[in-house]
Design a protein around this ligand. Structure first.
Ligand SMILES: [Zn+2]
Ligand SMILES: [Zn+2]
Length: 224
């Protein structure tokens, strides 16, 4: 499966996974037209949505109208006030399902949303983790070949910043830091890694990439 991060961060998150000649989108935080223009107007087969925040879910209603299959949790469906329809699929954390030969396992996320999840996708010789907008990661058994992982902020930069204590706590509880990402990545030194959802205010893409390479010995790390 080929990973194409179309955009990532607080202004929108959309990643395309190419599986054979089909596309699966991870989150849809940009308008459908914006996304389709970047996909050469190919309609995705399905969209997996982690949670209801608009930087991940703004286009859910429009994709549903276009007939694309959308998979998300009951909590996210309720928060987005989506009506029941044939191409809207309710998923449950810990209960795997299949999309065209790809096994998708929703795993728990800790985030200020109704029922947030992250995903592990297996197929095509790959096992991919998509982990974003979560304060912590569960233990993941078995090898991962590709990893999309949030590196939202640097802990020392956040703690020294001028944001108020309440906001600092909120960020610490709801997002992964580069330090947490590095600790996780040290356990998977051969994976293809994408650092995502880097904060403009408390993050530094180039520095985060350099630190992750140095700490893991893996130079197959890109920033998005
Ligand atoms: Zn987000
Ligand atoms: Zn969020």
């Amino acid at each position: 499966m080929k990973i194409n991060v179309l955009t990532s961060g607080s202004k929108g998150n959309v990643t395309a996974l190419e599986v054979g000649d089909e596309l699966i989108l991870l989150d849809c935080g940009k308008p459908t037209k914006w996304t389709l223009a970047r996909l050469n107007w190919r309609l995705p087969r399905a969209i997996l949505v982690t949670h209801e925040h608009s930087d991940h879910a703004t286009a859910v209603g429009d994709w549903l109208k276009r007939g694309v299959d959308v998979y998300t949790t009951a909590g996210t469906i309720a928060a987005l006030e989506l009506k029941r329809r044939h191409n809207l699929h309710k998923i449950t954390c810990g209960v795997p399902f299949e999309i065209g030969g790809v096994r998708v396992e929703p795993i728990p996320a800790i985030h200020d949303a109704a029922e947030p999840v992250n995903f592990i996708l297996s197929g095509d010789g790959d096992r991919i983790l998509y982990a974003t907008d979560t304060g912590a990661l569960p233990t993941i058994a078995g090898e991962l070949t590709k990893i999309l992982i949030e590196a939202n902020f640097s802990e020392p930069v956040l703690l020294a910043s001028g944001v108020d204590e309440y906001q600092k706590l909120r960020i610490l509880q709801n997002h992964l830091s580069i330090e947490q990402a590095i600790t996780f990545l040290q356990g998977c030194p051969t994976a293809e890694v994408h650092l995502i959802h880097i904060s403009a205010r408390h993050g530094n893409s180039n520095e985060f990439r350099a630190r992750a390479i140095e700490a893991t010995g893996n130079d197959n790390i890109t920033i998005n």
